[in-house]
Design a protein around this ligand. Structure first.
Ligand code: ADP
Ligand code: MG
Length: 231
C-alpha cells in the first residue's frame, strides 16, 4: 500500500498548563489541498509548527509518507524540511541582509541545486519579477508575503505548509496566491489551470503535490478540521 502524504494522529499540545489542542487527527493524500479555518489563538500556527517538527507535540504522531517525523533527530528533521517541505511563515521570516532573489534562492542553495532561471520564474509568478535586486526593507508587507511564498515553492517541495499566506494581501493578490498554491503541481505543465475557490484563509494550508485535488475535498477537510480543533 502506498503511504499517505501526511498522516497526523491524535496530536496533542500544551504550553505549561494551557492545552492548545488535543487529539488532532488529519490525513492528506498526494494532490489534496487542505485548509484549516479557525479563530485567532485556537492553535493553527502551533499545529503547523508541530507538523513541521519545529515544535514538539506532547503526544501523537506525524507521519510523512509513512515515516515518523518525531522519531528523527534534529539533524535529520532539518534535512527532511530542506528536501520535502515548503513553509510559509505567518511572520514571513525573510532574511533582511539578503536581496529578494537571494532569499528565494536560499532553499536551492541549501540543497546544492542553484538554479537562477527557477528563481526568476518564481519571482515572476508572484508578481515580483522586477524586484529581485531589492532588499526586504524596501518591500511592502504584501510583497514580503509573496517573497515568502516564492521561497516556499522554489524547490518544488512535496508538502507545503502555509500559515495565513493571504493574511497581508488585498483580495486580488489573495486570489492570485491561492491560484499559485493550487496550480504549483502543474507548473511543469503550464497548459493546466486550476481554479481555487475564493475562500478566506485563516490558517493551515496543507498542500501536497501529486494528482489534481478536488475543491469538494477542500471544503470537507476544512469542516472536519474545524470541528476537531475547536477547544
Ligand atoms: P493561532 O495561530 O490559531 O492564532 P497559535 O498557535 O499562535 O494560534 O496559539 C495558540 C495558543 O497557544 C494561544 O493561546 C497562544 O497564546 C499560545 N501560545 C502560542 N505559542 C506559545 C508559546 N511559545 N508559549 C506559550 N504559549 C503559546
Ligand atoms: Mg497563527
Amino acid at each position: 500500500m502506498i503511504a499517505r502524504m501526511l498522516e497526523v494522529t491524535a496530536l496533542t499540545k500544551s504550553y505549561g498548563d494551557v492545552r492548545v489542542f488535543a487529539n488532532v487527527t488529519l490525513r492528506v493524500d498526494a494532490g489534496e489541498y487542505v485548509v484549516l479555518v479557525g479563530e485567532s489563538g485556537v492553535g493553527k500556527s502551533t499545529l503547523l509548527n508541530c507538523i513541521a517538527g519545529l515544535d514538539d507535540a506532547d503526544a501523537g504522531e506525524v507521519l510523512f509518507r509513512g515515516r515518523s517525523i518525531g522519531a528523527l533527530d534534529a539533524d535529520a528533521r532539518a534535512r527532511w524540511r530542506r528536501e520535502h517541505l515548503g513553509f510559509v511563515f505567518q511572520a514571513f521570516h525573510v532574511l533582511p541582509h539578503l536581496s529578494v532573489a537571494d532569499n528565494v534562492a536560499l532553499p536551492l542553495l541549501l540543497l546544492q541545486r542553484p538554479d537562477d532561471a527557477r528563481v526568476a520564474l518564481m519571482l515572476d509568478r508572484v508578481g515580483l519579477g522586477t524586484m529581485g535586486a531589492r532588499f526586504p526593507a524596501q518591500l511592502s508587507g504584501g510583497q514580503l508575503q509573496r517573497v515568502a511564498l516564492a521561497r516556499a515553492l522554489v524547490h518544488r517541495p512535496a508538502l507545503i505548509l502555509a500559515d495565513e499566506p493571504t493574511g497581508n494581501l488585498d483580495p486580488v493578490q489573495a486570489g492570485r496566491t491561492l491560484d499559485l498554491l493550487a496550480a504549483s503541481p502543474n507548473w511543469l505543465d503550464p497548459g493546466v489551470t486550476i481554479k481555487v475557490p475564493r475562500v478566506r484563509v485563516y490558517g493551515l494550508m496543507v498542500h501536497s503535490l501529486g494528482t489534481v485535488w478536488s475543491s469538494r475535498a477542500l471544503g470537507r477537510q476544512a469542516r472536519r478540521l474545524r470541528a476537531r480543533i475547536r477547544p
